[in-house]
Write a protein that binds this ligand. Structure first.
Ligand SMILES: NC(=O)C1=CN([C@@H]2O[C@H](COP(=O)(O)OP(=O)(O)OC[C@H]3O[C@@H](n4cnc5c(N)ncnc54)[C@H](O)[C@@H]3O)[C@@H](O)[C@H]2O)C=CC1
Ligand SMILES: O=C([O-])CC(=O)C(=O)O
Length: 267
């Protein structure tokens, strides 16, 4: 039985909690959820689990794995602490690791403790192939992310285009994954996951578009190297609660948790 602590109880966090409680995440038990204001969740029944806004109470549970679904700031604040106290750290806001000092510090803490920083595929697919292909040589990895207008409200996109009048697919960013992770902390974490699997943050090329002609969140990955070539396109159904995030994010976390206790691991 694996004990799980969850940081963040928003769109992805609620679905992860539900998956654990319903048994979809394998042989694990949710022991604590860290939120910003526990008063808001006084009426939320989570069997056998404490919802708290006290970091001390949360970490006192010493879960086997801490799952983050709260954003870049939470990764900066808690990743190292979780690992140093002996938990694995499973991260969805993986773009936070565009900061090389954070990545070094956290991986070093994991190494020292014999624990792991775990990056589930979340909204993207094919990380297993890219990681295998990176055995090398791997020549090129590119990502194109396209999301409908509603996914870009409250993001950097609003500084570049008028979301109320846009009618055509419009390129709003072209650069590398280090920059895309910084510019879109809530929307292009996939670029960071891809970087960690493959060529790193500098060499992973990223394009981002606002696309008023689509309904789903679309990520296209292409890579080329000694292994051959791969092209992957995912079309994620956006969550109604947060259209930036697909349902698949929590499903992927549940699957990664299941792998921690399953005798059969795929991928
Ligand atoms: N790797 C990937 O493919 C993807 C990663 N993400 C990442 O996941 C994050 C969460 O996504 P959603 O659930 O859709 O966001 P959300 O905004 O619906 O939920 C985030 C929740 O975390 C809480 N929170 C923030 N800081 C906290 C802290 N320090 N302690 C406790 N709670 C805290 C917020 O109050 C909110 O309830 C996004 O910010 C994004 O960075 C999202 C989609 C895909
Ligand atoms: O859910 C998605 O399509 C991707 C996303 O928000 C991210 O990478 O941060």
């Amino acid at each position: 039985m694996i004990t799980v602590g969850l940081i963040g109880y928003g769109t992805a966090g609620r679905d992860v909690a539900e998956a654990i409680l319903s048994g979809q995440a394998g042989d694990c038990r949710l022991v604590s959820v860290l939120v910003r204001d526990a008063g808001k969740y006084a009426d939320t029944p989570l069997e056998g689990c404490r919802i708290t806004d006290s970091e001390a109470d949360f970490f006192a549970c010493r879960p086997d794995v801490v799952v983050e679904t709260a954003g870049h700031e939470a990764v900066k604040r808690y990743a190292r602490r979780a690992l140093e106290q002996g938990s694995d750290f499973m991260v969805v806001s993986v773009g936070a690791f565009c900061d090389p000092a954070l990545l070094d510090g956290v991986t070093e803490a994991a190494r020292r403790q014999g624990r792991r920083l775990i990056v589930p595929s979340a909204a993207i697919a094919g990380l297993d192939r890219i990681a295998a292909a990176a055995q090398g040589p791997l020549e090129r990895v590119t990502l194109t992310t396209r999301k409908p207008v509603k996914a870009w409200r409250g993001t950097f996109a609003e500084e570049v285009v008028d979301l109320d009048t846009i009618t055509q697919p419009t390129l709003i960013f072209e650069g590398n994954a280090r920059e895309s992770s910084r510019v879109f902390p809530e929307s292009v974490n996939v670029s960071a996951a891809l970087s960690l699997a493959g060529l790193g943050f500098e060499a992973t090329a990223v394009r981002v578009l606002v696309d008023p002609t689509i309904e789903k969140n679309v990520h296209e990955v292409s890579a080329r190297g000694l292994f051959g070539e791969v092209r992957i396109e995912v079309r994620n159904t956006p969550s109604p609660d947060n259209p930036k995030t697909g349902y698949i994010v929590a499903m992927s976390v549940a699957s990664a948790l299941k792998n921690l206790s399953s005798p059969l691991v795929i991928g």
